[in-house]
Design a protein around this ligand. Sequence first.
Ligand code: NAP
Ligand code: HSE
Length: 590
Amino acid sequence: MRPTIVKDNQPLPSNLAVLKFGGSVLSDAQAVHSAAHEIYRFVRRGEKVIAVVSAIAGETDALMALAKDVGGCENAPGKASLLRLGEIRAAALLALALERVGLDARAVDPAEIDLRAEGSPDDAGLCGLNHDRLAALLAAHEVLIVPGFSGVLEDGQPALLGRGGTDLSAVYLGVALNAKRVRLIKDVDGLYAGDPKTDPNPRRFGQINWEDAREICGHSIQDHALEYAQKHDLRLEIAASARAFDTRIAPNSASSHAPAQTRKLKVALLGFGTVGEGVYAHLDRHQDLFEVSGILVRDAAKERDSNAPAHLISTDAGEVFATRPDIVVEMIGGVDAADAFILNAFFGGADVVSANKAVMAANYDNLHAAAARAGRALRYSAAVGGGVPMLEALDQARKNGGVASVQGVINGTANFILDRLAEGCPFDQAVREAQEKGFAEADPSADLDGDDAAAKLCLMARHGFEMPLRANQISLESLSDLDQASIDAAREAGKVIRQISEIRRDDKGALHASVSLQALDKDHYLAAAKGEQNRLVINLQNGQNLFLRGKGAGRWPTAEAVMADLLDIHRLRGQYEENVSVRAPEPACA
Ligand code: NAP
Ligand code: HSE
């Protein structure tokens, strides 16, 4: 029997991923950023995400002690009201982390979706939810964050779902919403036939059935949750953040095997500015996966935000490459030096991640050929859209029916400056502010004159149309030519000026591209991009439109996209090194 659902006619997304983050993953408040990486990974694959969270490690115990201390009795009526606050706090922290990246995320209180509990307030089950409300929230946001471990009794009082109850919250939502995947994210990458923390040679299951999982995994997954999943034939994935493998819980058990130890990857950072320092902060929190081997800068004496050890920072590229990195992350900008460094990285056997649209657009074919010759990965998601996965969306759109045209706001600096000008800010000051916020290119004329957007269009042409487009084929209009009278006239006419970048394929298959300044109606989808936000409309050949939006510039959105590429490469290398085929590897751009 399916759960009771208050339902109207709102359709549910067909590509829903329920990701559950337990206390072992949310080890402290900063660990929400690791959860954000995992969520971003699925969002950029085109999946809607419901993140179900436990409290930050230790908080439930602390609240329990407080309940006992103040209430004097473990089962005092207010206990559930107090204990659920741990999950609510974790959900709010995760919402902040996702907002920093630019994902459209919304924390949802269980009462808001009438997540109905039944039974004892200490150890309740779940029995219903307001499907229509949840569907409407899912339609409006990329990510919903639901605090696990509690529901609401018929009389409106909260109830707890027992120890490990967040597993039940995730499984219940997965069944009720017919999720494509329910992934329980833990601190180990699957279910083992022993304790991987103490057993030197444990065997890990590729797939296991629900009963065997209950027997073998002790209480690492809540019993009620496993029972509920089995009853509703819900398959589960048991996984660790950022790891290549997982265990599937499904009707049939398959063989287990001894996993290889995945080694840490050495990463060299070329550039330690707005983006580079953000990437370093993420890598520093993932010392189990990555080790920063060197950081290349122009001026070693410059004051930095980061606490990176001085011995890592060098102005000598030879010294940085001599650390023999597995991955080189290019974040210096420009074309010639960046190109030479990327080629050198391939020559030395490293994979490359770049945030640099200028070099990728100028030398696209050469760089891809060099990567192929060296048998290495070349990733550059951050080069277009900042934290908005535009290239990935174009890849998917191209494969699923084809792209007719694209139109977007794809330069955060220009958009920020246009907003400031409309507010009456002088031009020079608006440019200075964009620089101070880390949005602008080293030479901001690239943003103002449309060259930055043009480089992005060149990359979009490759991914959306599989066609070359040269920057000199793109007509450009510069912000520097915009006068105050035009801005005032647009405002008075209820319009908003935007830098609009477009590619259109004509009947003969030729591409036409431009970066122009257009006065749009206020309610136009692209007019609503605020500040550094980017927005994109992909017109598909079947007449449908895809809409994307998010933060297109700045440290954290951009570092998130770079980190996603790094984690993908780590997973791919993990699969290679483990050299066992538990199931088909994920596609290269997963
Ligand atoms: P940034 O703040 O100006 O930082 C550039 C860094 O590269 C600095 O650390 C600089 O060293 C170093 N550098 C520059 N040229 C060098 C050279 N020839 N040799 C050694 N080091 C060199 O730039 P950013 O904003 O981080 O942008 C980096 C790249 O990411 C660019 O390609 C940009 O287009 C792209 N991107 C940026 C954003 C964004 O929002 N900022 C978003 C998406 C993509 P010093 O620190 O010593 O000067
Ligand atoms: N300068 C660029 C912008 C950075 O403002 O969009 C992101 O690519």
